[in-house]
Design a protein around this ligand. Structure first.
Ligand SMILES: C[S@@+](CC[C@H](N)C(=O)[O-])C[C@H]1O[C@@H](n2cnc3c(N)ncnc32)[C@H](O)[C@@H]1O
Length: 213
């Protein structure tokens, strides 16, 4: 282990609360602030896996907004949408896509205690047709104002906190969804990444000091 036992224990405790079967798919959210805020809320709610398709350019994560939370949520880019969703269905996930339509169901009608993949969409186009094809449920957060939609990171937060409420009620945060082996493997990976980052910072500081002397 490359970190102190105290730090390792803190990470283990967080991993024990992670909900490995509550996942997010971001369908081409392109705004850095939005994506980073989604990551941060995911961490707070205990999401371990956030998948994303990104058709834009440039860095998608802003560390000033994630406040480090991106390190604790496994975020993976998806290139092959069809294989990804077929695989998720095989794994037993219900696919719940946000969709701004009168036919969509109220977001609180969903049972989020089941293995669930929540799909959120692009700031302009919303969730793509290609992805909607895989949706078992289309959901909407009711709105009573003038604007037609919420900011995507706000919508994600509202849905995730409903999922958290339901899961808390069922005691799903009280028993780990990850096995001990999974926890130790993730801990090892994360602590190695921390060490690498620390070493890189150390060497950058040494380099700057050398230049300034
Ligand atoms: C700005 S909205 C996209 C608007 C787009 N014109 C549409 O019709 O989908 C961006 C994303 O935020 C989420 N969102 C915004 N408002 C929502 C609402 N009231 N209910 C559910 N999701 C919402 C959805 O994930 C949506 O794809």
């Amino acid at each position: 282990m490359f970190i102190t036992e105290k730090r390792a224990q803190k990470i283990r405790n967080i991993l024990k609360k992670r909900q490995k079967d509550l996942q997010i798919f971001s369908d081409n959210v392109t705004n850095q602030h939005n994506f980073s805020a989604i990551l941060r809320t995911s961490d707070a709610v205990g999401v371990l896996y956030l998948y994303y398709r990104y058709l834009g350019e440039g860095e998608l994560i802003n560390e000033e907004i994630t406040m480090g939370s991106h390190k604790w949520v496994i975020h993976q880019e998806v290139k092959d949408i069809n294989s990804f969703f077929k695989e998720k269905k095989k794994e037993g996930f219900q696919i719940v896509a946000t969709y701004l339509s009168e036919d969509s169901v109220h977001f609180r009608e969903i049972d989020y205690t089941k293995p669930t993949l929540i799909v959120v969409g692009n700031e302009i186009q919303g969730v793509s047709k290609e992805v909607l094809e895989y949706a078992d449920n289309k959901i909407i957060i009711p709105m009573y104002g003038m604007a037609q939609s919420l900011n995507v990171s706000v919508a994600t937060g509202v849905i995730l906190y409903e999922a958290q409420r339901q899961r808390e009620e069922k005691g799903m945060y009280d028993k780990p969804s990850l096995s001990e082996e999974e926890i130790e493997n993730i801990l090892h990976k994360w602590s190695t990444e921390e060490l690498i980052k620390y070493k890189m910072q150390e060497s950058a500081i040494r380099h700057i000091k050398k230049i300034n002397n």
